[in-house]
Design a protein around this ligand. Structure first.
Ligand SMILES: Nc1ncnc2c1ncn2[C@@H]1O[C@H](COP(=O)(O)OP(=O)(O)OP(=O)(O)O)[C@@H](O)[C@H]1O
Ligand SMILES: [Mg+2]
Length: 136
């Protein structure tokens, strides 16, 4: 049996956010995260999927199992080719939204995950990478 330790979900339609959530839930559970961490990871991934769909119209989520010296973990990468984010610092402030939203997606995601990296260029798109670690 081959154990899948990476995968990809296209986000082309609002319903695919549900697919992203399900995929992350299964992957994080299989990697061995407890229910509380699984919920945190799913919630974070859901916000990033919503952002890709809402601001860029479409995107892709890739996940993989990762490993460092002490821990194994999960990495999620959300990539889109939408408008990009002009001011990242501002986008990460709780309450900042250009769409009349709560402005809690990015700051919430940062709080729920161990690492977050955002690469964005106006007119080119946005790639958000998040990681969560668990003890081996
Ligand atoms: N993938 C993206 N492409 C372009 N802009 C983005 C993207 N993700 C976030 N942003 C910008 O960052 C802002 C903050 O995002 P965040 O997810 O924190 O809040 P929100 O989407 O406005 O509201 P919500 O609380 O419903 O998520 C957005 O309003 C938007 O301007
Ligand atoms: Mg959002």
């Amino acid at each position: 049996m081959v154990v899948e330790s990476y995968g990809e979900v296209d986000i082309l339609d609002e319903s695919h956010i549900v697919t992203v959530r399900k995929t992350i839930r299964e992957a994080a559970s299989r990697i061995g995260f407890g229910v509380t961490d699984v919920t945190r990871i799913v919630t974070a991934g859901s916000e990033l999927a919503r952002n890709a769909f809402h601001y860029a119209g479409r995107g892709v989520m890739r996940w993989q199992e990762v490993e460092n010296g002490q821990s194994i973990g999960i990495e999620l990468v959300f990539e889109d080719h939408g408008p990009g984010i002009a001011n990242l610092e501002q986008a990460l402030e709780p309450g900042y939204s250009t769409s009349g939203g709560l402005g809690m997606g990015l700051p919430g995601t940062k709080r729920l995950m161990d690492e977050m990296d955002i690469r964005s260029r106006v007119g080119e798109g946005t790639t958000v990478t998040v990681r969560k670690w668990r003890r081996k």
